[in-house]
Design a protein around this ligand. Sequence first.
Ligand code: MEV
Length: 435
Amino acid sequence: MSVISGFSKFSLSQRLDYIVNHSDLNDSDALKFKEYNAPDENQQRLYTEMIENYIGNFPIPIGIVTNMVINNESYIVPFVTEESSVVAAASKAAKFWARHGGFHAEIISTLKKGQVHFTWNGDPDYLNQIFPRIKIKLLEGTAELTDKMRNRGGGIIDLSIINKTSEIPQYYQLDASFETGNAMGANFINTCLEKFAYLLKSFDELNNADMQVEVIMSILSNYTPDCRVKCWVECPVEKLNEWNKDLTNNSLSYKIKVAVDIANLDVSRAVTHNKGICNGVDAVLLAAGNDFRATEACVHAYASRDGKYRGLTNVTITDDTFRYELDLPLAIGTVGGITGLHPLVKNALAVMNYPDSQKLMMIAAASGLANNFAAIASLVSTGIQSGHMKMHLSNILNLLHTDTNERNLANEYFNGKTVSHSAVNDFIESVRRKI
Ligand code: MEV
């Protein structure tokens, strides 16, 4: 196996040549990586310099969910997703709930967290005793770094020492909580943590001939159970028949409740259930230029916070009121990162009327709830395949490079029929044979 060095120093053409010479990609297909370049040179430079070893832009569609009413405010919500039916499902749920009071959302807390992991060979009781003094010195030592954030109402909220020596010898954590305002705050948090690490190593109280701090690592935690939003919808049970007229109200509300209860007790169902929530959440966060890998990792850890992985939504039916609720950790931001750089992220934020981070938490949660409600309501009634079929057919027709006439014939032929790749292929081949 050959190891290549210096790929990052190659020009774009050299990179593509290298790939063509060392993979199954041919010369003409390699040129497709350039087909999605921005027309404007400065804008293109933005993408070229956004990541390392760049070779091209990778388009994913952006669509719009209308009628999203949250706390009586109406939003147009951009979704970036490659998955058919996600936008349609969220739109259907948003429209339905807009007629029944809209989504309600509440920020539960906005604390983010980071840790300095270190070992120390001193006496734990002594550490507990001197920590109040150490804490003051750590806060003083980072005052310059936190100055601007404090002016914006944020900063370091608390510091504590967690003794983990029973799990790993001499291992402690400096646990820090932060408020980062409208920023996701990863850079701010990591900069503070690295300064704490430096200070911990330099304090005489902790470091002398007999004892020494050894820093293992300093990094924010993407587990943010204290940065959370609650979102819910509710309506009289009888109103649910507007969603699906084929089922009686009680039957639909009962089946939705049981489906959500199943996700709360069965991991195989819970993962798929939560994936459906992430369909909406990730699509909004991607449009808003946020790190959806971080929130997704947190969502799944939060789903197993009591030791068992569960669905994140809950349904209650009391006194004929149907209530569907989502409790979601989301550490996100509307400033910093690529939010001010990426032209389409800027557009997406404008489309949502420039939300602050708390509003974006609510919009993302409402989107997740919309997708989850639509999925469950379909699963317990018509099934999801009928909704998926139209987009599925159109994706297959594109794959087969069909023209308008072939597409019209296929749409007519497959109306009400099961769509599969081989059935569509056979149909298009038969059309082409006749011509
Ligand atoms: C598909 O992307 C998402 C669903 O599977 C979610 C669910 O099953 O709840 C439809």
